[in-house]
Design a protein around this ligand. Structure first.
Ligand code: F6P
Ligand code: MN
Length: 331
C-alpha cells in the first residue's frame, strides 16, 4: 500500500467509470491540496501569531478565529477556478459562493467546514476539515436542500500528529497519510470497516443538565458495566468532531451531539447538516456504521436552509441502534 498515492488511487477508481471526465479526480486532488495548505498554516500559526479571534461571528453565531477565515479563503480560492464546482457552501460563508457562469457550468456542489473544532486552534489540539460533494442538478441553491444520499463522495482531513485524508466514495472508505518529504498523501488503510460495537463514547457531558431524559438514561447505560464483560464505555471527547469521529471509525463506539434545551434558538443541537452531519454520516454508512438523529438516518434529513442543524448520534451499529431505542421509548 505504501506506494499508492491519492492520485494513483483515484486514477485506478476512475477506470471503473468509463464516462468519467477526470473532473472528480481533479476536485478530490484540489481538496487534498487545500488540506496541505491548511496543515501548513496550522503548523505555523503559533509562531506567526495567527491564533485568536477574528473579532467576528459567523452566520451561525460562532466566534470566528483568524484561522477559520484563512482556511475558508484557501478552499474558496482553490475550488473556484476552471468550472469544476458550481456552488461552494461553507460553514464560514454567510451565503454559498456561486462560481458558475452562464457559459461555464461546473458539475459539482461542495459543502465544507474549513476548520472543524476551532476551539482547539489556540491550544494546539486536533482539528479537521469536513467536505461533502454532490452533483450539480438544478444549478441553483436548491441543490443544497437535498438528502445526504445525493452526495457522491464525502470525507475529512484530520490535522493531528499526522495529517490524514479520509475519503468515502464508491461505497468504500480509504485513509491516506501525508508525507512531508514528498508532499504526497499515501494510502495507509483501504476498505475500512467500522466495528459493529465499540467501547468509546464522545459527548460534551457538561451539557447534561440541558439534555432530554432519554439522552441522560442512554449515557447512564453506557457507564453501567456490561453484564457479560463487566466493562463500561470509556469517555473520549476532544472538542474536535473529526478527531472524535475518527477514533470511533477505527475503534467503534458512538459520538453524540443531541438536541438540548440550552438555547431556544438552537433546538436541534449544534452541528450543521450540510457541513458536518451529512458528510460524516456518508463516511459512517460507507464503513458499515450508522448516523441517526435519534429518530431516523441523518442522510435522509433535508435541510431547509444552508446553515440548518440536526442532532447527531454517529458510530457503531450497536450503540446507534441502542440510542434510537431510548429515543423511541421516550415518545
Ligand atoms: O464544529 C462544531 C464543533 O467544534 C465540533 O468539532 C465539536 O465536536 C463540537 O463543536 C464541540 O462543541 P462543544 O464545545 O459544545 O462541546
Ligand atoms: Mn465544525
Amino acid at each position: 500500500m505504501r506506494d499508492v498515492t491519492l492520485t494513483r488511487y483515484l486514477i485506478a477508481k476512475q477506470k471503473f467509470h468509463p464516462e468519467a471526465t477526470g473532473e472528480f479526480t481533479d476536485l478530490i486532488n484540489r481538496i487534498a491540496f487545500c488540506g496541505k495548505l491548511v496543515a501548513r498554516e496550522l503548523r505555523r500559526s503559533q509562531l506567526a501569531g495567527r491564533t485568536g479571534s477574528a473579532h467576528h461571528e459567523n452566520v451561525s453565531g460562532d466566534e470566528q478565529k483568524k484561522l477559520d477565515v484563512v482556511a475558508n479563503d484557501i478552499f474558496v480560492t482553490h475550488l473556484e477556478y476552471g468550472s469544476i464546482v458550481t456552488l461552494a457552501a461553507s460553514e464560514e460563508l454567510d451565503e454559498p459562493a456561486v462560481f458558475a457562469t452562464e457559459r461555464e457550468r461546473g458539475s459539482y456542489v461542495v459543502c465544507f467546514d474549513p476548520i472543524d473544532g476551532s476551539s482547539n486552534l489556540d491550544v494546539n489540539g486536533t482539528l479537521g476539515t469536513i467536505f461533502g460533494i454532490r452533483r450539480r442538478r438544478a444549478g441553483s441553491l436548491a441543490d443544497l436542500f437535498t438528502s445526504g444520499r445525493e452526495q457522491v463522495a464525502a470525507g475529512y482531513i484530520l490535522y493531528g500528529p499526522a495529517t490524514q485524508f479520509v475519503l468515502a466514495s464508491g461505497g468504500e472508505v480509504a485513509v491516506f497519510t501525508y508525507e512531508g518529504e514528498t508532499g504526497e498523501f499515501f494510502l495507509t488503510q483501504d476498505r475500512l470497516r467500522m466495528p459493529t460495537k465499540g467501547t468509546n463514547y464522545a459527548v460534551n457531558e457538561g451539557n447534561s443538565h440541558f439534555w432530554h431524559e432519554e439522552m441522560r438514561r442512554f449515557v447512564a447505560n453506557l457507564k453501567t458495566p456490561d453484564p457479560k464483560t463487566g466493562k463500561t464505555h470509556r469517555t473520549r471527547y476532544s472538542a474536535s468532531l473529526v478527531g472524535d469521529f475518527h477514533r470511533i471509525l477505527l475503534e467503534g463506539g458512538i459520538y453524540l451531539y443531541p438536541e438540548d434545551t440550552s438555547d431556544p434558538a438552537k433546538p436541534n443541537g449544534k452541528l450543521r447538516i450540510l457541513y458536518e452531519c451529512h458528510p460524516l454520516a456518508f463516511v459512517a454508512e460507507a464503513a458499515g456504521g450508522r448516523a441517526s438523529t435519534g429518530k431516523g438516518p441523518v442522510l435522509d434529513v433535508i435541510p431547509e436552509k444552508p446553515h440548518a442543524r440536526c442532532p447527531l448520534a454517529i458510530g457503531s451499529e450497536s450503540e446507534v441502534a441502542l440510542y434510537e431505542k431510548y429515543v423511541r421509548e421516550s415518545e
